[in-house]
Design a protein around this ligand. Structure first.
Ligand SMILES: [Zn+2]
Ligand SMILES: [Zn+2]
Length: 250
């Protein structure tokens, strides 16, 4: 197998993506769920069977993402993408600006595709696997049905053709995606109640916000920011009231 071949990239990325999943989800799960407090909340803790299901789906999703990553690197080698390696090519300010733009684009793509996945005709095919955990854990963060994984990976493949991104920016976006996905699936009880209810937090999605989505399927479709949920009326009224009461208390 040649070191710059599509097959080599696929296998290498599969190792990296799986390693990242077990490291980040495993450490977070161990840290937040192995305490006595977590045991007392055992009625909300998912069974090992559900966790095994999440891990199996994540392993299949990792194959999809590895193929997507190999595709990106192969097309980059062929000079077809907008990825670049000289940090000064667009100015240093652009590294930050393109990072913000990538997150906003991904959040928008995620919101609308996620709403589509909840359409009764599509749900069983694309999104049921992710919702098997009513009370998600960090293991749920990457648990996508294969078709959903394809839709998510397509965003990253498409992005490198439309937005010039430095490699470091791309890695920063992928790291943010991983950390945020794990945070969103921590469950509502593992962080202080004030998180994320400070002024900036109202615009940011965290475990409390996304946990409500796993309980009520009709609200909270966003990934990073609450902007689209607030604009399009899919923010849970109970959650909004909680936010307001926190703002009044301050
Ligand atoms: Zn959903
Ligand atoms: Zn989820």
């Amino acid at each position: 197998m040649r070191e710059d071949s599509f097959e080599f990239y696929s296998v290498a990325f599969l190792g990296i993506i799986l390693g990242r999943y077990f490291l980040v989800a495993g450490l977070t799960y161990w840290f937040f769920y192995s305490s006595d407090r977590a045991e007392r909340m055992s009625s909300r803790s998912p069974s090992w069977q559900t966790i095994r299901h999440d891990i199996r789906l994540s392993a299949i999703a990792a194959v999809v993402f590895a193929i997507a990553a190999a595709l990106i690197l192969s097309t980059y080698s062929a000079g077809l993408t907008c990825l670049y390696s000289d940090p000064r090519a667009y100015g240093l300010w652009y590294l930050g600006a393109s990072y913000g733009a990538a997150l906003l684009l991904q959040d928008t793509y995620f919101y609308f595709t996620h709403r589509l996945f909840h359409h009764p005709k599509l749900f069983a095919w694309l999104h049921q696997g992710h919702h098997r955990s009513r009370y998600p854990t960090p293991w749920t963060s990457f648990a996508f049905d294969p078709l959903e994984a394809v839709v998510q990976a397509l965003f990253l493949v498409g992005l490198v053709f439309i937005l010039p991104l430095h490699f470091i920016t791309m890695i920063a976006v992928l790291t943010t995606m991983t950390v945020w996905a794990v945070l969103n699936h921590l469950g509502p009880d593992h962080l202080p109640a004030l998180f994320p209810h400070h002024w900036l937090g109202q615009w940011v999605i965290g475990p409390a916000h996304h946990s409500i989505h796993h309980l009520k399927y009709t609200v909270h479709y966003g990934l990073y920011f609450t902007f689209w949920d607030r604009l399009l009326g899919t923010q849970d009224s109970g959650y909004t009231q909680t936010l307001n009461s926190f703002s009044l208390d301050e």
